[in-house]
Design a binder for this molecule. Sequence first.
Ligand code: IDP
Ligand code: MG
Length: 164
Amino acid sequence: PLKTAAGVKGGVERTFIAIKPDGVQRGMISEVIHRFERKGYKLVAIKAIVPPKALAEEHYGDLKARPFYPGLVSYMTSGKAPVIAMVWEGVDVIRQGRRIIGATNPLDAEPGSIRGDYTISVGRNAIHGSDSFESATIEIGLWFKPEEVYNWQFAHAEWIESKN
Ligand code: IDP
Ligand code: MG
């Protein structure tokens, strides 16, 4: 169902968005969903999950060499709150999702972004979003079985996605 690759304006994409345990503890689930839903994006998969260590390690595999990696993995896997894992679909959603979320370090994140509005610590920045088409594809496959991701259409799609 996906027509084009990331970064192509007008292309329908899917991205992996996760509310991390601190975001769940802080009551941010509805706020995060609200921001994506109100923009016109479509929720095609969602679940609460305490990720097994192997999943968290693989998800953040590119950061393995970083000093904060063990702490990052234990923060994600503690089980003190689950992760809310989601797939959102829509035009340019990978790049727009990163804008909605804001910069990795909340002290650099613009007010109006989720991290900019709610967080102050890079180690507790509340939310994850895929940074490219390649990582979105990998992350969706890591966190979801194919049958957990739904193909469905907005009845009002013509009012969100103009074809002209
Ligand atoms: P991103 O989440 O904005 O894509 P990445 O650089 O991919 O940022 O880092 C993944 C996650 O690792 C961050 O969201 C944050 O939770 C954590 N992280 C990144 N840098 C630091 C750091 O310097 N200290 C502690 N945690 C960090
Ligand atoms: Mg990242």
